[in-house]
Each structure stands twice: as C-alpha cells, then as structure tokens.
Design a protein around this ligand. Sequence first.
Ligand code: AMP
Length: 364
Amino acid sequence: MNIGILGAGQLAQMLALAGYPLGLRCTFLAPEEMPCAAPLGEHLRGGYEDAAALASFAERIDVATAEFEHIAPVALDALEQRGLLAPCSQAILLSQERLQEKSLFTRLGLPTARYAAIDSEADLAAALAQTGTPAILKTRRMGYDGKGQASVAAAGDLLPAWEALGRVPCILEARVPFDRELSVIAVRGRDGECRTWPLSENRHEDGILRVSRSLANDPMEGPARDYCERLLNALDYVGVLALELFQCGDQLLVNEYAPRVHNSGHWTIEGAVTSQFENHLRAIAGLPLGVTAAVAPSVMVNVIGEWPAARDILAVAGAHLHDYGKSPAPGRKLGHITLVDQDATALRQRTAELLRLVGVEGTA
Ligand code: AMP
C-alpha cells in the first residue's frame, strides 16, 4: 500500500520509518528541494495548491494524510473528493482557526480557559471584560510553537499587542495558572475504535516543546481520555490526534488539538508497544490498531538549534538518538533523544545528563 503524505519533514520521516516494516511505502508531496523525509520514499516536488502536482500525487497513492495542519483547503478538497484523505478535511480545517477550535470544545462540553473573539478595535474592551488579566492574545490562524502570540499583563497592553500582531483576527484567552502542561495522544480507527497512550507531561521553552515524559496511571488520564474520545467521535476522526491540556489543581482544561502525530508523542517509538506513527498508519490504512500501553516510563528531550556531539549523547546509557538530518538554525527542531527505563532513579539521572548536554536547565 502506498501512503501519501502532505509534507516531508521529520513527522513524515518517522511515519515512513514506522511504515517500512509493515510493507507500507510513502510518497511525499512537498515544495522543498531536499526535505528530510525525501530519502525514505518518493518525493514529488510541488506546491500544495498546485492542481497538477496534487493530481499526480493522488494517482500514486492509496490513502493521503498530512504531517502539518496549515494546509490550503484546495489541497484537502482535491484529496477528499477522490476519497483519499484521512483524517477528514473538517478535522484539519477546524484546527487551523483557534476560535472555531475553541467553539468546538465548548460545544462538546470540554472546559477551556475563558476566551473572546477580536475582529476589530471595537471588540477589545468587551474581550478584556470576558477574560480579565493576565491574558494571552493569539492570532486565530497560523499560530504554532508560540508564534503569533502576545502577552497581555494589564489592560493597557491589549491595543499595542493587537497592533504588534498586525490587527488580524485574534482570540484573547485568560492566562491559566497551570500546575502542569499535559497532552494526550489518541488514535481512532476506521471502525470508530479509540485508543489512547498514557499521558505526556510537557515542558516548553520560548513556546517550543523541550521535554516530554510519559506518566504512568496519572489521575488526569481518565478525564483526558474522555475529552479526547468526545472530540474524535464528533469529528468522525481517523488516525492519530494530540490534545494539549492544562492542569490547574484538580481541573483539566483543553488548550488545542493537532490533527496529526505530535512531538509530545515521540517517546512512543521506544516507550510504547505501538508508536503513534505506526498506529496512525494502521488507522488510515484500515488495519487493526496496535496496543498503546507503555513498556516502561520514558523521557524525550528535543534537540533545538544546535547539536551536542553525537558521541556524548550515545555515551548516556540507553539513549535513543533521532537525528532528522536537518541543517541547524536557531529555534529549529533538529532531532530528539529518548530514554526508557523501569528504574525511576536511573531514568532521572540519565535525563539530567541529557539535559545538561542539550543545555536545558533544571530537571525534567
Ligand atoms: P499554544 O500555541 O496555544 O499551544 O501556546 C503555546 C504555549 O503558550 C503553551 O504550551 C503554554 O505554555 C502557553 N499558553 C498558551 N495558552 C495559554 C493560556 N491560556 N494560559 C497559560 N499559558 C498558555
């Protein structure tokens, strides 16, 4: 079976690696000359809005999926009309627009931070009355890795923040005093079966995920799974989805979802019976889903901007190194490293070694 992937970055690369032993082959559509997934399948070089490129992509594949969510509707339509796209366009389009996404959560009864829409200067005061301060102003579209966001500490910050974001349609959210940032990765098959992996606890720096660790039997797992299943079923979703959450005391709030495999689920490659990548492929290919249980507690550390020496990483016992083969640039995710260990003390010590190597302060 040939899997078509829109995009050819590291997520496409890891999907292709997971598919290979199952006999699944990948075709990537991406405009870059030499994207990092290209050596792992057939790379069709073309734009996502190029009808001819989309037609030739569609001819080669049995099913199409995406490694990123900011995809033009024309590409999604072209693939959906041919019956190829999974997950469906609705699930991808809703995640592109923060207000629609939050409204969907509200309709499904999933609790969120207080939020309000901003379309014009006249909306600013009412939005602030709704959220209070401190708040975060976010562009409704094209926000990722902390981009398109501005902090609103006091009422007087809102107008300058909105101007700094280009006076585009925004959403204002109350800043949540969270205790932990969590995510739940889930998969839904073509027959509607849902499975979730153990929760991930995530640490961000400058809006970018830095460290994720898997949590065994966390008290928030039940509500997180319930939220996720409501969302998957409402969207009639097929494939892997990640739901990002804030825990405040004993309350769990939903932040956003990604209609794809997710960085906070990379630990599942070595740390779970079936990885998020393999289960995404199984789901979209109509194959039985794999077991999502953890094999042991895991920690995943992102390598961002520059690499420490590979030999230093590999000298840490049990380190699994994933080098995406991308050229270094500030803020760019170049790879990740995973540790999996039943022994909590050993895991903590080795994680501290890795964090020192990649220049992260503190503990996981
Ligand atoms: P997002 O692009 O919505 O995932 O936001 C990026 C990061 O900003 C999150 O991972 C949080 O660390 C932080 N953040 C976003 N929204 C809020 C919020 N309403 N309250 C507190 N922190 C937030």
